[in-house]
Design a protein around this ligand. Structure first.
Ligand code: SF4
Length: 366
């Protein structure tokens, strides 16, 4: 491997597109969604690890995310965790960092509350920090990963969840381990995607990690020969190499021809349109990244970015107040609003969208 440390958060991308580790890293992503995630993670950790009281931890949360934390559905997160000897508080391990040796399968704890500042690890170790681990009331161990954004790969196939399920399996030696993705909505409510892993599911996990490392080595060698194959997909979203990636640069170069094809509809086949649509979707994701990068640059150079016509590009603050419909309806109900009155407050707008579907199972997105 190229000397880069492989972390759990990059496992899915390393599996799907090893080439992303062979390209130069030209961008590090940070976004509102990431900041929201960090704030909520920190709040949960501080409360459950007992570093601060709920009120103290809440006071540290940036104002825009405070409402979510203040209304957090704790019972949805820790409601089935085993309690301490006094039966008062759940026993939870928070933010524990581990390394897994891909050759021996050995697991070692690196520390707690490290905030991703890992100590030195070996080239054959993969590292990661779990959010929460606890023994459930039914006696099984459970790892919970808190998510605050869009749904990620399902728990059953999620590399992060499988990594920590393997860690708990090795540390505690139980036949079954529960892996959970806990999604936090803006109103503090949560929903869970859970899978139960047994020791057979997890037995060959180090071998799968080994294969990923071998894929990274092969991509590195292919780069040396100038023949890197990339695999674009959802994992491109936060790829730090996207600006140097041949898929994205090639996509942009190829775009004018694709778009020109749209103007000559008579000559387009259904296959042509399918290809154009797939490229268009890729381009939308890339253009979002470009927009974020341009904003960051303009923010760092206020008043300095000039257009060819002499105008100057500025970052304009924008905002929108949103009403939480569910809460508003609940309040209206508590004041005695009737169903007919509530219905009168609801308006519906309709639109269509193009979506990739499995032709055999219409109704399910592919
Ligand atoms: S942007 Fe996507 S296709 Fe390109 S290197 Fe990154 S993960 Fe691979």
């Amino acid at each position: 491997m190229s000397g880069r440390r492989l972390t759990v958060s990059a496992l899915e991308r390393a599996y799907e597109c090893p080439a992303s580790f062979a390209f130069p890293i030209l961008v590090h992503w940070s976004s509102d969604a990431a900041e929201r995630g960090d704030s909520i993670h920190e709040f949960v950790e501080e409360v459950l690890a007992g570093y601060r009281s709920n009120a103290e931890a809440l006071a540290q949360v940036p104002e825009e995310w405070r409402h979510t934390c203040a209304h957090l559905d704790w019972s949805g997160i820790i409601g089935d965790f085993e309690l301490d000897d006094r039966g008062e508080a759940p026993v939870v391990d928070c933010e524990v960092a581990y390394a897994v040796d891909v050759d021996t399968g050995a697991v070692r704890e690196l520390g707690r509350g490290l905030k991703r500042r890992y100590p030195p690890t070996g080239p054959r170790e993969v590292v990661g920090t779990l959010d929460l681990a606890a023994r459930l009331l039914d006696g099984r161990w459970c790892v919970s990963d808190i998510k605050t954004g869009q749904p990620v790969t399902a728990a059953r196939d999620n590399w992060q969840i499988r990594f920590f399920a393997y860690v708990l399996y090795r540390v505690h030696g139980e036949h079954e381990t529960v892996g959970r993705l806990v999604y936090v909505n803006e109103d503090g409510s949560v929903w869970k995607d859970e899978h139960v892993f047994d020791s057979f599911d997890l037995a060959d996990f180090p071998m799968q990690l080994r294969e990923i490392l071998e894929g990274l080595d092969a991509a590195e060698r292919a780069r040396g020969r100038g023949q890197v194959d990339v695999n674009a997909g959802a994992h491109c979203k936060y790829c730090p190499a996207y600006r140097s990636c041949s898929a994205t640069t090639g996509l942009i170069q190829a775009l004018p021809d694709e778009i020109r094809g749209l103007g000559s509809r008579d000559f387009l086949t259904t296959r042509d349109v399918g290809e154009i649509w797939a490229r268009f979707k890729d381009l939308l994701a890339i253009s979002k990244k470009i927009d974020e990068e341009l904003k960051a640059f303009v923010r760092a150079h206020p008043g300095e970015v000039e257009l060819p016509d002499g105008r100057v590009v500025m970052e304009i603050p924008k905002g929108r107040d949103r009403i939480n419909g569910e809460r508003a309806l609940a309040i209206a109900r508590s004041y005695g609003a009737t169903d007919a009155e509530l219905l009168g407050c609801v308006s519906r707008s309709e639109w269509t969208e193009l979506r990739a579907m499995n032709p055999k199972k219409k109704g399910r997105a592919a």
